[in-house]
Design a protein around this ligand. Structure first.
Ligand SMILES: *[C@@H]1O[C@H](CO)[C@@H](O)[C@H](O)[C@H]1NC(C)=O
Ligand SMILES: *[C@@H]1O[C@H](CO)[C@@H](O)[C@H](O)[C@H]1NC(C)=O
Ligand SMILES: *[C@@H]1O[C@H](CO)[C@@H](O)[C@H](O)[C@H]1NC(C)=O
Length: 435
């Protein structure tokens, strides 16, 4: 009797905790799992030089070609479905009715036509604006026009708005502007995912109220733009680990921390560093917005970005953001709970010298062995898929990890019924047929 009572008190307490944490999110039904797609900024920047560089300038051609490739080459099939425009699409003035208009030379067919084209490929169109008087690149901002701009985007058939925070007037108006645009999008009645940079612009002045941000945004950037370098990826990983106590509990279905674009398939990251970005973005429940040239991408980068096991971790329906759980010598161990009682783990080797190093751990050192109370299945997903066997609490696992590289693996109870276990069972069979 007594133990049953305390059991139900515990259940009540847990459900209260749950309401307190995840209950309040932007109620637009979107981004129940992190958004996936492509965004032009990191790779194509503000290239408006269509005379000399027509293949890479910000023009309707670029998004049409990216949409073609996304539909034809497997990207859409694994979940990348938003084609997103960033800054520099606008004309320098609003029209006679104060409506936004795209640059007439670079977008001669207009955004509505482009949205129709993207929709005809089974994809969605994202667009960019700014809460302040001007965008970061100096085009007209939405300040004073939130309702009109939201309605314009809805009329055009836009599906996502990335709302930047350059050139805001003061902090109160920045916050109000982000809220008002959220309400204005809702008022249009169209499903438009809302991507914010609200906390990033607040951090230099004050600690953001993430409970509030989650009520208005589907995802939100916390720090400056990513660039195509290991230093930048490292900074983002470090920032996230340092602030995880504040930001990780806020993430969940409908609202996500956004560590910015995937730069995999460009110039700056080694193969190991690309593996690290993909693994960590999966653990962090991050939106997966690639910024690269899908028309011409290295096959290894393509395979990494399209890896269904990694995507399944990123898109896990529980929506719990993972955390860095320990640092041992030059290793970091990250953990993310998954549906079905399993966990995903990333072991990152932060050394930038020498060769592969061995990381060893006993299963009960992984979240107290929660996934392995009886038998469990261990499956390595990165850097290469490998079924690592059936284990018990006291099993010792060894992983060799390259400098700046990551090993990503999952541990599932043998008895579970999870979509990721389909992968482990498949691996199991493959393994057996090889033996
Ligand atoms: C607008 O908000 C209401 C209540 O918060 C919600 O029920 C509705 O689905 C939202 N509509 C859109 C289009 O986001
Ligand atoms: C936000 O909307 C409220 C209510 O319409 C309005 O009073 C306020 O001025 C708006 N703020 C901004 C920054 O547009
Ligand atoms: C943060 O915002 C929430 C929701 O709007 C509010 O209830 C809470 O009081 C705010 N917290 C602080 C510290 O201002």
């Amino acid at each position: 009797m007594e133990s049953r009572l305390s059991g139900s008190l515990v259940a009540l307490f847990i459900s209260l905790l749950w309401l307190g944490q995840g209950g309040w999110s932007l109620d637009n039904g979107l981004a129940r799992t992190p958004i996936m797609g492509w965004l032009h900024w990191e790779r194509f920047l503000c290239n408006v030089n269509c005379q000399e560089d027509p293949h890479n300038c910000i023009s309707e051609q670029l998004y049409m070609q990216m949409a073609d490739v996304m539909a034809a080459e497997g990207w859409k099939d694994v979940g990348y479905n938003y084609v997103c425009i960033d800054d520099c699409w606008l004309a320098h003035t609003r029209d006679a009715d104060h409506r936004l208009q795209p640059d007439p030379k670079r977008f001669p067919s207009g955004i509505k036509w482009l949205a129709d084209y993207v929709h005809s490929k089974g994809l969605k169109l994202g667009i960019y604006q700014d809460v302040g008087t001007h965008t970061c690149a100096g085009y007209p901002g939405s300040y004073g026009y939130y309702e009109l701009d939201a309605q314009t985007f809805a009329d055009w058939g836009v599906d996502l708005l990335k709302f930047d925070g350059c050139n805001f007037i003061n902090l109160d108006l920045l916050i109000e502007g982000y809220m008002n645009m959220s309400l204005a999008l809702n008022q249009t009645g169209r499903d438009i995912a809302y991507s914010c940079e609200w906390p990033f612009y607040l951090w230099p002045f004050t600690k953001p109220n993430y409970t509030e941000i989650r009520k208005y945004c589907n995802h939100w950037r916390n720090h400056g733009d990513i660039d195509d370098s290991w230093g930048s990826v490292k900074n983002i990983i470090d920032w996230t680990a340092l602030h995880q106590g504040l930001i990780a509990p806020i993430a969940g279905p409908g609202g996500w921390n956004d560590p910015d674009m995937l730069v995999i398939g460009n110039f700056g990251l080694s193969k190991d560093q690309q593996v690290t970005q993909m693994a960590l973005w999966a653990i962090m429940a991050a939106p997966l917005l690639m910024s690269n040239d899908l028309r011409n991408i290295d096959p290894d980068a393509k395979a990494l970005l399209q890896n269904r096991y990694i995507i399944a971790i990123n898109q896990d329906p529980l929506g719990i953001q993972g955390r860095r759980v320990s640092q041992l010598f030059n290793f970091e161990l990250w953990s993310r709970p998954l549906t079905g009682g399993g966990f995903a783990y990333a072991v990152l080797n932060r050394a930038e010298i020498g060769g592969p190093q061995k990381f060893s751990i006993i299963i009960f050192g992984l979240d107290d062995g929660k996934a392995c109370q009886e038998e469990c299945l261990v499956t390595q997903i990165l850097p290469a898929f490998q079924f690592r066997g059936i284990h018990v609490l006291t099993s010792l696992l060894d992983f060799w990890v390259n400098p700046t590289g990551t090993v990503l693996f999952t541990v599932f109870p043998h008895s579970t019924d999870s979509s990721l276990k389909v992968g482990t069972l498949k691996g199991n069979k493959e393994q057996r047929s090889r033996l």
